[in-house]
Design a protein around this ligand. Structure first.
Ligand SMILES: [Ca+2]
Length: 331
């Protein structure tokens, strides 16, 4: 009788909790590839076997094309963080047109309207050779209102390569350690940026105030000196800090001032490089801003003037105002 009551209670519990996820139970079914049912395979993807073990294989058959296996994972409502773990083995992955065109697991969180939620999980990425199977894992937070996680196991437009996956598991985890690890990572990154910024040194001596060229004034549509005499500025544009860190900027300025006898340099700059948020910047913009100072001092040392040209099209925007306010205080 007691046994029947316990069995009934177990059955009742199973009935009222059909969607609950047991701790450490993977949300990905078939992640060991020992059954065919759940994986939809297209050109370049297959389930391969070695010594009785089955795994997913992606193989590049046509350079520059994408090979992909897609899964959409339903997320339990209360999940706040996930740990993805897997085994991976890859050979001869040569990136495509961009450096990030490689082997990778791309993931997106989706809400009930299928909108992508930010931030996306970091994408584990692979190039070259792993020399055998290796284990990898990554943990990340789940944005509120996420109901699905899209997973794309891919050779993304690579030139060549082959990649194998096995034992893929996606497990809900406690968000606390994930948040702390993220904070620690941000702190280390900020320290590294600060260290790089302090190592940036001037390339050109600062011109003392008494040796600066006289201040120009605007009168109507004319530039005048302090005695009211018209001043005519004639010089060259140096554009390369408008699209990146600059190319031989100081050499170009020196040449223009010394050999061409100009009295003005128009220096193109961009507000995101100034703020240190441009691609590939890792010093918070310190070297970019220092180079602007160096140009101004070099030009001034020849008695010339620098025109700072925020090189953008169309009307100024709010962020341009921020640049000019910040820039005018620092330059
Ligand atoms: Ca397996």
């Amino acid at each position: 009788m007691t046994t029947r009551i316990i069995l009934s209670l177990i059955l009742l519990l199973l009935t009222i909790c059909p969607q609950s996820v047991t701790a450490n139970e993977s949300l990905i079914t078939g992640g060991n590839f020992e059954s065919d049912a759940v994986w939809s395979l297209k050109r370049g993807a297959s389930i391969s076997a070695e010594e009785g073990n089955r795994f997913l294989r992606l193989r590049q058959l046509e350079p520059g094309k994408t090979v992909m296996v897609y899964r959409r994972i339903d997320l339990p409502t209360d999940v706040q963080a996930l740990k993805l773990s897997f085994k991976v083995r890859y050979e001869n992955i040569k990136p495509g047109k961009q450096l990030w065109f490689d082997g990778r697991i791309m993931m997106n969180f989706k809400d009930k309207e299928n909108k992508t939620l930010k931030p996306a999980p970091p994408a584990p990425a692979f190039k070259g050779n792993s020399k055998g199977w290796i284990s990898r894992e990554t943990s990340f937070l789940v944005p509120p209102n996420s109901i699905h996680l899209e997973m794309m196991f891919t050779l993304f437009q690579v030139q060549t390569g082959q990649i194998d996956f096995d034992d893929i598991e996606l497990v809900p985890v406690d968000p606390g350690p994930v948040i702390r690890a993220k904070e620690e990572q941000s702190r280390r990154k900020a320290e590294e940026v600060a260290r790089r910024a302090t190592s940036v040194k001037p390339q050109v001596p600062v011109v003392p105030p008494e040796k600066l060229p006289f201040m120009l004034k605007v009168l109507g549509n004319r530039l005048i000196d302090e005695s009211g005499k018209n001043i005519w500025l004639q010089g060259v544009a140096i554009p390369s800090m408008g699209w990146g860190p600059g190319e031989k900027v100081l050499e170009s300025v020196e040449h223009a001032m010394k050999e061409w006898n100009v009295n003005c340099i128009r220096l193109a700059v961009r507000e995101h490089f100034w703020a240190g948020t441009g691609p590939y910047q890792n010093d918070g913009g310190a070297s970019y801003r220092q180079q602007i100072d160096d140009v101004i001092n070099l030009v001034a040392s020849y008695g010339g003037y620098t025109v700072i040209d925020l090189h953008r099209f169309r009307a100024p925007q709010e962020k341009d105002v921020q640049f000019w306010v910040g820039g005018s205080h620092e330059i």
